[in-house]
Design a protein. Structure first.
Length: 337
């Protein structure tokens, strides 16, 4: 057991699988010699050589296309898109090729690939380095999408993704790379070494895809969230004194609908929090699932707290970012209904 940052946990997962399975290769823009823009792959090229960890041209469609070819021919590629904001050129490869391959080949071929993408804001990255495109991925049949909120889950989910026989997108909230974030930019940063979920077991372990985790027990209202918003929701519940149950989804597709249903039926109220744009965001799917499964248990309307329907701003980042104040108001509103 070691205290690791999320960056170190991701690197540890890659190191673990590369040592265990020679089919695992890691590549992307600047991931080899440079070790990645966030240093998640630092040292892997030195350890495993340039045929196992290598740099790719600035060509996202090419990166994912090559990964698909590798997967079809028996490798287990882990491709990095440097920022999730830049995955759009690769969207056709993800949707039309990777996601459809098993279906269109009648099960003869599959694409056991992982695509890692740093996502989300809170780093003053502006509109082209702060996006959360999970809804564009969860809409596509044939791919799985996970978002860790801590180093322990980051390692376990990534290992599970690499071992999966179908394509998995791993969205990594870059605001959490070096420590948890409560949503208060004026407060001192906290390292993962001071957080219980910064404890990461050595060697191989998996966090199963499709299993949520209760981060905070409560009976007054259920908060459905993932990634950075898990920590924001915890701060909001603490600051308002609301007895909120916080469910960290971890995996969006497959989705742990049983855990969602159990929590909402217990509390009778539901607040959904995500950083991405509100309209057609993944929160709309969550709201539909809750309504369909828990309608007679609900004692108040389902509420959503999300980013505004506008490009992610730079100068007004903290008005866009769903912070503890906005989440706290929603918690109180849910109790008043």
């Amino acid at each position: 057991m070691a205290r690791l940052s999320m960056v170190e946990a991701i690197r540890d997962a890659l190191d673990c699988k590369m040592a265990e399975d020679t089919r695992v290769v890691v590549f992307g823009e600047d991931v080899g010699y440079f070790g990645g823009v966030f240093r998640c792959t630092e040292g892997l090229q030195r350890k495993y050589g340039r045929s196992r960890c290598f740099d790719a041209p600035i060509n996202e469609s090419g990166i994912v296309g090559v990964a698909i070819g590798m997967g079809v021919y028996g490798l287990r590629p882990v491709a990095e898109i440097q920022f999730a904001d830049y995955f759009y050129p690769a969207y056709d490869q993800i949707v039309s090729e990777a996601a459809r391959l098993r279906y269109r080949s009648g099960g003869e071929f599959s694409a056991p690939i992982v695509v890692r993408m740093p996502c989300g804001g809170g780093i003053y990255g502006g509109q082209t380095h702060s996006q959360s495109p999970e809804a564009l991925l969860t809409h596509v049949c044939g791919i799985k999408t996970v978002i860790p909120s801590n180093p322990h889950d980051a390692k376990g989910l990534l290992i599970a993704a690499i071992e999966d026989d179908d394509p998995v997108i791993v969205l990594e909230p870059k605001r959490l790379y070096n420590g948890p974030f409560s949503g208060h930019p004026d407060q001192p940063s906290v390292a993962w070494s001071k957080h219980p979920l910064g404890e990461v077991p050595a060697g191989r372990y998996v966090v199963p895809l499709g299993k949520a985790a209760v981060r905070r027990e409560g009976r007054a209202v259920t908060v459905l969230c993932y990634g950075t918003m898990v920590h924001v929701a915890e701060a909001a519940a603490s600051e308002t004194g609301v007895d909120a149950e916080i469910l960290d989804l971890r995996s969006l597709i497959p989705l742990d609908v049983d855990a969602i249903q159990a929590s909402v039926e217990k509390t009778g109220r539901c607040v959904i929090v995500h950083e991405a744009t509100l309209t057609s965001g993944f929160g709309a799917e969550l709201a539909a699932q809750v309504m369909e499964r828990c309608f007679y248990a609900l004692e108040a309307p389902i509420l959503r707290v999300a980013g505004w329907d506008t490009p992610y701003p730079h100068a007004e980042e903290w008005d866009y970012f769903p912070g503890p104040e906005r989440v706290g108001r929603a918690l109180l509103e849910a109790l008043e209904a």
